[in-house]
Design a protein around this ligand. Structure first.
Ligand SMILES: Nc1ncnc2c1ncn2[C@@H]1O[C@H](COP(=O)(O)OP(=O)(O)OP(=O)(O)O)[C@@H](O)[C@H]1O
Ligand SMILES: [Mg+2]
Length: 356
């Protein structure tokens, strides 16, 4: 990946010189000719290095530097200040405003290349360390989530299935001790036991399905999502319109399970939070992305507010998507409801095949 460098200089000629020196060095170079534009571009680009001229009309380089340092998102970006003033006081001012290094104008070609090379390498290293920390945090979350899931399962096995089976055994013992009895009475008691058993089988099936949606293996992604939507609709009484591309590329299990879990969480959120009267689910292929959209016509929510930070559902989806290099977009308003869009890049795309 190329390192991104933002050049900030009001003098077009000086800017051209800087670009030409760094040209062909595997950098992605952007430029701004004043302080305000520089701040805006820095925010958008998140550069790996900013080369900043001091003498600019309006906001000077020191002020730009100070503002960048006080913006949390940008506070760590390395900044080299370019100054024609090779005096001590301007260097002190530079240090005070948060610059990491200085270069005197006119710049020495070799010195500029070396300094920029060193700083961008160091910044890459820092970024890698941050990414490693993020990964560690994510792994911790995954382990915690697994642990919680195990607790839930063990509780369900113990409290629910366990209790039913104990009750069964007791009923069978009672039956045994009451034998012989009238055949009609025996049939009646056996009927109750059979009904209980099929209830238990249903619960076990639901639990197993929750653990690993076997529908994905037996039906394929499209049909599994469609079946899930249909069953959700039957269970909740909320109409779901399902549409999917006729052909889907073959994809690894991690993609299909991610899409399945997104649908599960999104539909659960719709029923829990939205008071919607209609849901639309769409699965499409665009370029090299598979896109799952779940839209409702409910009450919506503030996506940047505190509310969205309370639950773990959406956070969990973002983490799942991070693993497959995908992203999640949520657009929500009180008038148009909520649209959740998940995009998964299909890099190792295989030849298209018809799904049965
Ligand atoms: N379709 C929706 N309509 C309205 N509000 C929604 C919708 N989806 C999510 N929200 C809001 O976003 C919040 C965060 O959702 P998220 O799934 O992360 O957590 P949760 O559903 O509250 O809890 P959890 O998923 O951990 O059981 C919800 O509490 C709700 O306020
Ligand atoms: Mg949720």
């Amino acid at each position: 990946m190329k390192s991104k460098i933002l050049l900030v200089d009001d003098d077009a000629l000086s800017m051209e010189t800087l670009s030409s020196i760094l040209d062909g060095q595997n950098y992605e170079i952007s430029s701004a000719d004043n302080g305000a534009t520089a701040l805006r571009m820095a925010d958008q680009l998140q550069p790996d290095l900013i080369l900043l001229d001091v003498m600019m009309p309006g906001m000077d380089g020191f002020e730009v530097c100070r503002r960048i340092r006080s913006t949390p998102k940008l506070a760590e970006v390395p900044i080299i200040i370019l100054t024609a003033l090779d005096d001590r006081s301007s260097r002190l001012l530079g240090i005070e405003s948060g610059a990491d290094d200085f270069l005197s104008k006119p710049v020495d070609r070799q010195e500029l290349r070396l300094r920029v090379g060193t700083i961008t390498r160091l910044n890459r290293y820092r970024t890698l360390l941050t990414q490693r920390d993020d990964l560690r945090l994510m792994a911790e979350r995954v382990v915690n989530a697994q642990e919680e899931e195990r607790i839930r399962l063990s509780r369900e096995l113990h409290d629910d299935l366990g209790q039913v089976l104990i009750a069964h055994t007791l009923s069978l013992r009672n039956l045994q001790s009451e034998l012989p009895m009238r055949p009609e009475l025996l049939i009646e008691k056996l009927d109750v036991l059979i009904a209980d058993t099929s209830q238990t089988i249903k619960k076990m099936h639901a639990l197993a399905q929750d653990l690993r949606p076997t529908l994905l293996d037996t039906l394929g992604l499209r049909s599994a999502l469609e079946t899930y939507s249909r069953e959700f609709s039957l269970r909740t009484g909320l109409p779901v319109v399902f549409e999917a591309a006729a052909t889907l590329p073959e994809m690894s299990a991690v993609y299909s399970i991610t899409l399945y879990r997104i649908l599960q969480e999104a539909l659960t959120n719709v029923i829990k939070h939205s008071s919607a009267s209609q849901v639309w689910v769409e699965l499409t292929i665009e370029d090299v992305c598979i896109i799952l959209t779940i839209q409702d016509n409910g009450v919506g929510f503030a996506t940047d507010g505190d509310k969205s930070r309370n639950g773990l559902g959406i956070l969990g989806l973002k983490e799942r998507l991070m693993i497959v290099d995908g992203d999640l977009e949520i657009r929500s308003s009180a008038t148009n409801g909520t649209i959740l869009t998940a995009r998964l890049p299909l890099e190792n795309i295989h030849p298209l095949r018809e799904e049965t």
